[in-house]
Design a protein around this ligand. Structure first.
Ligand code: TYM
Length: 332
């Protein structure tokens, strides 16, 4: 059975991008004969300036949204990264495998480090080593497939490089993972800035649809989405008309129709936006309803996470022990 691993970082409220680019793909993958592990990667939320109480709250909320999105704890393993020590144990060995040049080239590091510097904050060392911890998340489970959105592709490629390098130097230790990208909505863009990814940690929420936004708020954000100037009507052209293309991509992800075919149905932006708003509200409605039910019983979510961590520990332990042996450390 193919082992798959993926995670979401509780650094902000989860967005429509997280849902279409990740959670929904995970639920689909769970229907296949996969052994799937899905993780609230809370240690990754500490790499930039953070508020402890907020991270705790967002971690609980992310886990609740995993379940609300339809992940079934009887079919997959749901857990919190910091509950399984193997991630950080392995991360150190991989730090001894990666080079600083390789990490400084990571696009997200460059962007986030620049943002921290501009805000007058120091750049945490963990922001640089973050992709190494992410590689450990994946390699500790012998995961063969990693379903993520486009923005995480470079990090998964680093995990592959580190696995190959470690195997060559120290003997076969890790499964070399493959990235799996969604066919639609691999990169949902910000409604106010279609050149930027819809990301949960952006300061301005006007262009970001959060999974728990009220329907009226979702509608307002979509109706105010930036569209492109030009009088060519509604056409699907990602390069020349990124704002409209993003709306068509979102509608496509919600309805299953091809974006270019959808474009042919509209002569103006107003009707397109109304349909996008309605489609997003309908896609998120069951998730929000289920979230409200689950949030009323936090003990239930905690039980799922405890059982998940126990199973995850049992899987990761032998892999990480093998890596410790192979790299040259004495057995205790
Ligand atoms: P994170 O928390 O930023 O995002 C979680 C998942 O959502 C996808 N995603 C998007 N997809 C489409 N459009 C968007 N606008 C959008 N925004 C986010 C991401 O691609 C991702 O799949 N480093 C990772 C978390 C992580 C991880 C891992 C993932 C840590 N360890 C191991 C996989 C395997 C991150 O920050 O994702």
């Amino acid at each position: 059975m193919t082992r798959i691993f993926s995670g979401i970082k509780p650094s902000g409220h989860l967005t429509l991008g997280n849902y279409l680019g990740a959670l929904r793909q995970w639920v689909a993958a769970e229907q296949e004969p996969h052994d799937a592990l899905f993780c609230v990667v809370d240690l990754h939320a500490l790499t930039v300036d953070h508020d402890p109480a907020r991270v705790r709250r967002l971690s609980r909320q992310a886990a609740t949204l995993f379940l609300a999105s339809g992940l079934d704890p009887l079919k997959c393993t749901l857990f919190v990264q910091s509950h399984v020590d193997e991630h950080t144990r392995l991360s150190y060995l991989l730090e001894c495998t990666a080079t600083d040049g390789e990490l400084r080239r990571m696009i997200q590091y460059k962007e986030k480090a620049a943002r921290a510097r501009a805000a007058g904050d120091g750049v945490r060392l963990s922001l640089l080593t973050y992709p190494v911890l992410m590689a450990a998340d994946i390699l500790a489970y012998d995961a063969a497939e990693v379903p993520v959105g486009e923005d995480q592709r470079q990090h998964v490629e680093l995990a592959r490089d580190l696995a190959v390098r470690f195997n060559l130097r120290y003997g076969h230790t890790f499964t070399v993972p493959q990235v799996v990208l969604p066919t639609v909505a691999a990169r949902v863009m910000d409604l106010q800035d279609p050149a930027a990814k819809m990301g949960k940690s952006h300061e301005n929420g006007a262009g970001i649809v959060y999974l728990l936004d009220e329907p009226a708020v979702i509608t307002k954000k979509v109706m105010r989405a930036v569209t492109d100037s030009g009088d060519g009507g509604v056409v699907y052209d990602r390069a020349a008309r990124p704002g409209v293309a993003n709306l068509l991509d979102i509608l496509s992800a919600c309805t299953g129709a091809e974006p270019a075919a959808l474009a042919d149905r509209y002569s103006g932006y107003g009707a397109l936006k109304r349909d996008v708003a309605e489609a997003v509200v309908e896609v998120l409605r069951p998730v929000q309803e289920r979230h409200a039910e689950l949030a009323a019983d936090p003990g239930g979510v905690e039980r799922v996470l405890r059982a998940g961590a126990e199973r995850a520990r049992g899987l990761a332990r032998p892999v990480v022990d093998r890596a410790y042996r192979n790299i040259g450390l004495l057995e205790p």
